[in-house]
Design a protein around this ligand. Sequence first.
Ligand code: FAD
Ligand code: FES
Length: 358
Amino acid sequence: MTAPLLWKVTKVIRETPDTNTYLLEEVNGTPVTYDAGQFLTLLVQHNEREVRRSYSIRSAPGIDRNISITIKRKENGEISRYLLNTLQPGSVFNSLPASGLFTLQTHAAETRPVILVAAGSGIVPVFSLLKKILQQQPLSPVLLIYQNRDEQNIIYRRELEQLQQQYEPRFKQVLLLSNPLHHETPPQRLNNWLFEKLLNDYRFGHFLLPEHIVHTPATANSILYTCGPGPFMRMVQFTARVMGFAETQLRKENFVIETIPPPAFAIDTAPRKVSLYFDNRQYEFSVSYPTTILQAALNHDIHLPYSCKGGRCGTCVARCTNGSVKMSINDVLTEKDMEQGLILTCVGFAENDIRLEA
Ligand SMILES: Cc1cc2nc3c(=O)[nH]c(=O)nc-3n(C[C@H](O)[C@H](O)[C@H](O)COP(=O)(O)OP(=O)(O)OC[C@H]3O[C@@H](n4cnc5c(N)ncnc54)[C@H](O)[C@@H]3O)c2cc1C
Ligand code: FES
């Protein structure tokens, strides 16, 4: 098995009354690689069992010296409350290596507007993407729309203001507060109408974009990343589709893992051979519907990575290079990812003999 990373908390930063950032250091000296927008899946020992929870990485590779995560307390949440109550400088915990597909699709030489839409703690992976684009993709203008309840709950408020000052006019942020504490601030909640208006303002150059992109419509060449509660992301993506965005221009990150319904299909229960290349080793085992590929691997003591086991996070992604896999849920992979053979083992069923790389 790929050895889990062992982290030590070196510093705790209070972001808002219910949210902390943790600066981390890998204790074993294992080289840590990650992309902006990815997450760590923490292996938390709680009440004498291991529980997995994923937390997006707040830092950006090549920009921030320390890797860091930000945890928001979920009301009645079992693990977020436990972590916020117990993690302090010197605390140690394990995690899987960084994973996730909520990463940049743009390159340094591209002139491609990027639209980031976040709510609450959904800012965490978006913040990492934002820093990377601003520092390493100098031709891409960025619009950030960030929804919060009130002034006290804006995570990274000061850093976002600093980035805006530093990168204006290439970077524009729109902060929306649904219940502002200051009476002079108008309450604003992102809805279809407001979202469309903000994008149209962007398109018409209200944000003083550089000459060569002032007239680029928001839909033309841009890429839209969203992270927040389910209904918020559904509204954003629905509006974007109505405005003409193609599926390839839309990326989202789910924080909420819902109960997994049973597959809405049945396939032949004959045993299928799985040839798996994982962690520099070759494995062979068989799997029959309704056992998922991940479960079959775990049953054979092959410790493939996973977190949500529900097709929502992408930790278990693998490439199918031969045969076919049917997935019961997929909230992560795009058409393009699937064309390239990517599958989710946690909700993947082998339709015939398959070859996988994980
Ligand atoms: C890709 C990803 C990135 C995330 N990034 C952040 C972040 O940056 N900051 C942040 O505050 N939160 C983040 N979350 C949410 C975080 O993982 C927890 O869901 C959150 O802290 C609430 O956990 P809890 O135990 O307190 O709540 P609970 O309500 O006790 O648990 C959450 C519910 O979701 C299920 N669940 C959640 N995660 C998993 C999992 N990994 N495996 C199985 N079941 C699960 C639980 O069974 C339970 O039903 C992220 C989630 C995902 C999937
Ligand atoms: S473990 Fe989350 S998508 Fe498979």
